[in-house]
Design a binder for this molecule. Structure first.
Ligand code: DX5
Ligand code: ZN
Length: 216
């Protein structure tokens, strides 16, 4: 499968969200990556349901919603209603992860699990077959524009081995500090989906930058 590119709209211009969404629609991007932060799980607050509903109206590609919130279970139905296609919860925020993943799938969404940089991938050993996507955080969640943590490559290799050993079809997504310097190494290590915020939106020509990431 060719790799997927998911621009992170956290780095978009919120005063011109329609324009930026149309750019992504017209680009080679595959998904919209949408970061939801609650000010509790992470030390930042991004945006919530009304903003995502407005974004959905302009999106012609799937919404990959990354929840950086505590108690995600109570909002699963709401995120489905406002248009999430993939819903990712944090391993560190879920006491009953298996139940949470089943609830996401029961709503007809793909179920993702994100791992903070300190969380080892081997903790997914007994649940990997139930996960559609693992989001390996390559920065500490909460902010765009941070530097990539190099240890991420080892985690991708280890997770890829686990996925093939368990004969799972889980996708590996990398989120945080992705750019032209690390993208190829990440793909070679086994990544399937690259999230990129600042690298896309702060570039001179975001659409061309997306194409650059897609054509690696
Ligand atoms: C970080 C978010 C990321 C972020 C990536 O908490 O989950 O999706 O927007 O932004 P960059 O690519 O700028 O690191
Ligand atoms: Zn994210």
């Amino acid at each position: 499968m060719p790799h997927l590119i998911a621009p992170s709209v956290l780095a978009a211009d919120f005063a011109n969200i329609q324009r930026d969404f149309e750019m992504i629609n017209a680009s080679e991007a595959d998904w919209f990556h949408i970061d939801v932060m609650d000010g509790v799980f992470v030390p930042n607050i991004s945006f919530g349901m009304p903003v995502i509903s407005a974004m959905k109206k302009h999106a012609k590609k799937p919404l990959d919603v990354h929840l950086m919130i505590v108690n995600p279970d109570q909002y699963i139905g709401t995120f489905k209603q406002i248009g999430a296609d993939i819903l990712t919860v944090h391993y560190e925020a879920c006491t009953h992860l298996h139940r949470t993943l089943q609830a996401i799938k029961a709503e007809g969404m793909k179920a993702g699990v994100a791992l903070n940089p300190h969380t080892p991938v081997n903790l997914l050993e007994d649940i990997i077959q139930d996960i559609d996507l693992v989001c390996i955080m390559s920065v500490n969640p909460g902010f765009g524009g941070q530097s990539f943590i190099e240890h991420t490559y080892n985690k991708v290799v280890e997770l890829k081995k686990m996925i093939s050993r368990k004969e799972a079809s889980t996708l590996i997504e990398i989120d945080g500090g992705v750019n032209a310097d690390n993208a190829k190494l990440l793909l070679d290590a086994g990544a399937d989906v690259l999230v990129a915020g600042s690298f896309v939106f702060k570039s001179e020509n975001p659409k061309a930058t997306i194409q650059k990431l897609k054509s690696i």
